[in-house]
Design a protein around this ligand. Structure first.
Ligand SMILES: Cc1cc2nc3c(=O)[nH]c(=O)nc-3n(C[C@H](O)[C@H](O)[C@H](O)COP(=O)(O)OP(=O)(O)OC[C@H]3O[C@@H](n4cnc5c(N)ncnc54)[C@H](O)[C@@H]3O)c2cc1C
Length: 416
């Protein structure tokens, strides 16, 4: 049976359907007892699995519809960002932000509040202005921003139906340059975290936790904005990298987007990885990620520094990003300007899980919300209060899907 991208989850679903038309999909959903949408399989837990069947929309014959007047694009859910960004850029449009990997599907990314970085940038789901989905009875419905339940439907975790297309708000295309700096002591963040993350459109901080320092600082500036003068401050002692870098120190850089301050298109700088290459790890990794109030970032990093000897043996790299608050019910950024602390672990699940638990204990005082699509062990009773609109979402799931057709053990665990 099929596995996820990382190979740590073998889907239990008995088959994966691949309808060629929306009408076929509607009939399939209406006639199924248990079914669930599958994107590009980049999630790291059993969120995407089904105890019945899965359905991939990769064979649906549809294309992106651009509305230049409204600056929106109606995008088939199975479209990968890697394909979409070229289409948009060639026509003078952009998305405000992208995740680190462009190979993931728009439907899967938005269903789980996938994000990039930048204090002014919301997660990718905040670009959605309308969503079209096939509900449990096989009906095709559209839910639009401003309409009832919209804020509950967008980050839907696959639990409300099979999303066939998403309409995304666009911005004019822009150019960026990306520069990597190396070796900033953690203590520099004590007084300057805010200045650092506000210094450019998208800033990503990396540490391997072998020492209390950032191994790398990735500063991504828009060419139409003032340059990041934070790098001229006396406390910014990190040095510009003398060549391209992979976030994991020493890994081959061929799969990484261009750095060294070379100007380029928005979609060739915002992700860490190039659309035409798989990351060098090729799936040999596990991910966890936690989101907390941005004001707690420095305290949380110090809390993790206290366990770095335990963390670093199973860690490839830890990344810190910022995300603007949103109003999407199941988003980990709901109502909270956030910092995310991400861990790329080694692929040894049994060695990683105890450290995941330890990290969660250290971050518990900050009510750190997990990324829905990554590995976490937070018990359902501890998780539910972190998502204030979770009871509303559970009601919505009951309304849309009274028989639990789109349910699975993951959803049942956390929602009910
Ligand atoms: C190398 C790597 C890098 C990553 N980088 C980032 C990052 O920078 N930022 C970040 O936030 N996350 C990141 N992620 C996590 C990733 O964005 C999420 O796992 C996302 O859900 C993957 O989308 P997918 O299409 O692979 O979804 P899948 O894993 O296939 O499915 C995930 C969920 O989406 C639902 N879903 C998928 N398609 C549909 C649909 N058409 N209708 C309804 N529900 C649907 C599924 O039912 C499931 O619940 C990364 C993952 C990997 C492997």
């Amino acid at each position: 049976m099929t596995t996820n991208w990382a190979g740590n989850i073998t889907y239990r679903a008995d088959r994966i359907h691949r309808p060629a038309t929306v009408a076929e999909l509607q009939a399939l959903v209406a006639g199924s007892r248990r079914i669930r949408a599958l994107g590009t399989r980049h999630s790291f837990n059993d969120l995407a699995d089904s105890s019945g069947a899965l359905v991939s929309l990769a064979d649906l014959r549809s294309s992106v519809e651009l509305d230049t007047g409204r600056a929106t694009a109606k995008v088939p859910a199975a479209t990968r960002y890697a394909e979409l960004v070229h289409f948009l850029d060639e026509r003078g449009f952009a998305l405000p932000n992208l995740g680190s990997l462009p190979h993931i599907s728009v439907g899967g990314a938005c269903a789980t509040a996938t994000h990039g970085s930048g204090v002014r940038n919301g997660c990718l789901s905040t670009s959605v202005s309308a969503i079209e989905l096939v509900t449990a009875g096989g009906d095709l419905i559209t839910v639009e921003r401003g309409g009832e339940h919209f804020d509950g439907v967008v980050v839907g975790l696959g639990a409300l139906g099979v999303v066939t297309s998403l309409t995304l708000d666009l911005v004019p295309a822009f150019e960026m340059r990306q520069q990597v700096y190396e070796g900033l002591p953690l203590e520099a963040l004590d007084d300057h975290f805010s200045a650092l993350v506000h210094s450019a459109y998208s800033v990503c901080l990396f540490t391997d936790w072998r020492a209390p320092r950032l191994t790398q600082v990735w500063i991504n500036e828009r060419l139409d904005e003032p340059p990041a003068d934070v790098v001229k401050q006396p406390w910014f002692t990190a040095l510009p990298a003398d060549g391209p870098r992979h976030p994991v120190t020493g890994m081959p850089t061929a799969s990484c987007t261009e750095q060294l301050g070379v100007p380029g298109r928005w979609h060739e700088r915002l992700p860490h990885f190039r659309p035409d290459a798989e990351p060098s790890s090729a799936g040999d990794e596990l991910h966890s990620e936690y989101m907390l109030a941005r004001r707690d970032a420095v305290a949380a990093l110090h809390a993790l520094d206290g366990i770095r000897d335990r963390v670093q043996p199973v860690l490839q790299i830890c990344e810190v990003r910022t995300i603007a608050a949103d109003r999407l019910w199941m988003s980990p950024f709901y109502d909270q300007d956030s910092v995310s602390i991400h861990f790329t672990w080694t692929s040894d699940t049994s060695a990683v899980l105890p450290i995941v638990r330890l990290v969660e204990q250290r971050l518990a005082p900050f009510a750190a919300r997990p990324h829905w699509a990554k590995i976490f062990t937070i018990a359902p009773p501890d998780l539910r209060p972190m998502f204030p609109r979770l009871p509303d979402f559970a009601d919505l799931v009951r309304t849309y899907d009274p028989a639990g057709k789109f349910g699975n053990p993951f959803v049942d665990r956390y929602l009910h």
